[in-house]
Design a protein around this ligand. Structure first.
Ligand code: 0O2
Length: 203
């Protein structure tokens, strides 16, 4: 049984449409500002296996309601920006998109997680012409958007990979080192932003 049931194709469709819209946002921004708003963009429909594992972890029944309502990251998009400022510009533009409601914001940039994880998460509730899991047409689907700088993304990718290596002998030391690196990268992000500002003021 597919945990997304008959809604799987709609998830793929919403993801692709949203990626196209956000890419267009970048092209339009570049035309009027002579620089890119973000470096790159990726997206995925969470695999059935990962969604099932997540539902099991949360003690939820393995059904479409759990996958599409109790969890809000069946569709996930990650926007990777060059500078911290650009993340907030992206958020403003996403908030203005028609058919998109921002239902939750988590600012792990201002309030980094204890392990050093930094990123800005938005939960969107998107209206589509297709039916949703509650039987409504137009329907509504959740999308999780993660916005990060290149430095934050590098750290999160490596930390994520290392989490799955179970033979770490000294997790306290590794955790401490990872946190130190996260803070150093955050400080570099601030410096890069200051340098960009200084260059702008010269022109
Ligand atoms: P995957 O495979 O990336 O999708 P929720 O998702 O709402 O049930 P929570 O804790 O409220 O749970 O969500 P939160 O804090 O918004 O984090 C969700 C996602 O952010 C995770 O998705 C990760 O992608 C990323 N994330 C959060 N914390 C960390 C972290 O410490 N390190 C790294 N590398 N990524 C993190 P999933 O579902 O865990 O995994």
């Amino acid at each position: 049984m597919n945990i997304y049931g008959k809604y799987q194709p709609t998830l793929e469709k919403i993801l692709n449409e949203l990626l196209t819209r956000i890419n267009k946002m970048n092209v339009d921004y570049q035309k009027s500002n002579n620089q890119r708003l973000f470096e790159h963009l990726i997206g995925r429909v969470k695999s059935e296996k990962s969604m099932e594992e997540k539902c099991q972890r949360k003690g939820l029944p393995l059904n479409e309601q759990s996958a599409l309502r109790k969890n809000r990251d069946s569709i996930g998009i990650r926007i990777v920006c060059n500078f911290i400022d650009d993340i907030y510009t992206c958020i403003n533009l996403i908030e203005k998109m028609p058919d998109v409601e921002v239902v939750k914001k988590k600012d792990y940039i201002t309030n980094a997680k204890k392990n050093g994880y930094r990123s800005y998460h938005l939960i969107l509730f998107i209206t589509t012409n297709d039916e949703d899991v509650d039987g409504n047409i137009p329907g509504k689907y959740y999308v999780e958007v993660q916005l990060r700088t290149i430095a934050m993304d590098t750290w999160a990718s490596l930390e994520h990979e290392m989490k799955y290596k179970h033979n770490i002998k000294n997790p306290e030391l590794i955790g401490k080192e990872l946190k130190r690196v996260a803070d150093e990268l955050a400080s570099c992000d601030v410096s890069m932003q200051t340098i960009r500002q200084l260059i702008r003021e010269e022109n």
